[in-house]
Ligand binder design. Structure first.
Ligand code: UD1
Length: 432
């Protein structure tokens, strides 16, 4: 349906981004709080009846969706203009995540563990498929079953019940980020000890663990592949500051690289971006790392093509794959990108080809022969990071690129056009 999207059952107009490419980005911006930490932490607030304050919360569509979900359950949420959110989950009247919200944001599944742990029951709509792959949630469900929950799938909902969860030894078949977070949160109120093996090691998992520890949970090992959680009777209050968004930071670093610019990112953590920084250096960027900033200087050079293989943290993040596809498309040489996490995550490549990029896709591998210039075209965003890749391509292309369906961008990038304009980009949001 052109020009509209279905959000929560309503037709809403869809904005587009108009980008006039060719300006090398210059200047400084501040990185926002991490979406992928804010979402589980907001969901985790269901674990406590005491007041919770979360700071540095990014203003994003996905965050708004999670807050709407919490409010629909009876949770009181207040926020100020300084990105602080106060949560009072002392009364949770509905233990249900409806399809209307879950279908707009799969991370809604993160309320499952906390609800079962605190209330002994939850009904969470099954998310269904996704533009980038099947993305099942079987490991979330199996983990809860191992902790004693009875789980049924009825009318498209996961219905889970347990008088009180019990600690379990869980070995994940596949490294799953939200699966690790969901079960780690559930285990905080279980009877006895839970051990999660082959757990995700993402920095966001550590941030969630620190939030839980702040509430009085007994969690150790987050950041390694074995996490131990000893259940406690109840959790208390906490004030927690969300860590910086490494994917947002990485995206702006590539924006500088693809335009031959020089950009400083304040409040960026280089420790969480090592795999990305290695590839940017390989592409010819000079990277300077300060205590709370990362600076990239491309010195006007055209990037060199790089080979990439996406893997769970600390490997190269799948959430940076589309941005590097955009960079490789104008790079000098041939770059091979292998996607090992999601099976259908090359839709941006088809759009990049419409801008003149030279890709060949075979299975989970995209081989790109860099071209001197991309040419502007109307393109369509298909998912959050694909949309970031298209915006970056637009910044480098000759002419005016119109990126459609940018509600995908708004799910995960705070004020993207303002931040890019601050760096000198010619970009504006055009209403449909
Ligand atoms: C999270 C991130 C997302 C990122 C992804 C991989 C959040 C809110 N989202 O998504 O931005 O792209 O990690 O880094 O943090 N899998 C199963 N069964 C399950 C769960 C996952 O087979 O029960 C598979 C998935 O299909 C996928 C792989 O495991 O192939 C990794 O997915 P997972 O880490 O779970 O992704 P998300 O947590 O959904």
């Amino acid at each position: 349906m052109a020009g509209a999207s279905i959000g929560c059952g309503r037709l809403v107009p869809v904005d587009k981004l108009l980008i006039k490419g060719g300006t090398p980005l210059r200047g400084a911006i501040t990185v926002s709080g991490a979406k992928n930490a804010a979402l589980p932490i907001l969901a985790g607030s269901l674990l406590s009846a005491e007041p919770i304050v979360i700071k540095n919360v990014p203003q994003l569509k996905d965050v708004a969706t999670m807050i709407t979900l919490l409010q629909s359950m009876g949770v009181q949420v207040t926020f100020d203009d300084k990105l602080n959110v106060e949560i009072d989950a002392s009364k949770v009247t509905e233990r249900r995540a409806p399809y209307d919200l879950v279908k707009t944001m799969r991370a809604s599944i993160l309320v499952l563990g906390p609800l079962v742990a605190r209330y002994g029951e939850a009904a969470v709509s099954l998310p269904g498929g996704c533009a980038i792959g099947a993305r099942p949630v079987n490991l979330h469900v199996q983990g809860l079953q191992a902790m004693g929950a009875e789980v049924a799938i009825e009318n498209g909902f996961i219905l889970a019940r347990a008088e009180r969860l019990v600690g379990a030894h869980i070995v994940f078949d596949t490294v799953t980020v939200t699966g690790t977070e969901n079960l780690m949160m559930a285990a905080t109120l279980a009877r006895g000890e839970t051990v999660l093996e082959n757990a995700a090691r993402e920095p966001e998992v550590i941030d969630v663990a620190n939030f839980l520890i702040g509430m009085g949970a007994d969690v150790s090992g987050a950041g390694s592949s074995t996490i131990r959680i000893r259940g406690v009777e109840q959790l208390g209050n906490v004030e927690h500051v969300i860590l910086p968004d490494r994917i947002e930071a990485g995206t702006y670093l590539v924006a500088a690289a693809i335009t031959g610019g020089k950009v400083r990112l304040n409040q960026a953590s280089s420790d969480h971006l090592e795999a990305v920084l290695v590839k940017l250096r390989e592409a010819g960027a000079e990277i300077i790392i300060g205590e709370h900033f990362i600076e990239i200087d491309m010195k006007g050079r055209r990037p060199s093509a790089v080979d990439i293989r996406t893997t769970p943290y600390p490997g190269f993040p799948t959430d940076m794959q589309a941005q590097f596809c955009a960079m490789n498309s104008i790079a000098d040489g041939v770059g091979t990108i292998k996607e090992t996490i999601f099976e259908n995550r090359f839709q941006h490549v088809l759009e990049l080809q419409r801008m003149g990029a030279d890709f060949e896709i075979e299975g989970n591998t995209a081989v790109c022969r860099g071209v001197e210039k991309l040419t502007a075209a109307p393109v369509m965003a298909t998912d959050l990071r694909a949309s970031a890749g298209l915006v970056l391509a637009g910044l480098a292309a000759e002419g005016e690129t119109l990126v459609d369906r940018i509600y995908h961008v708004d799910r995960g990038y705070e004020r993207i056009e303002e931040k890019l304009r601050q760096l000198g980009a010619e970009i504006k949001r055009v209403p449909n």
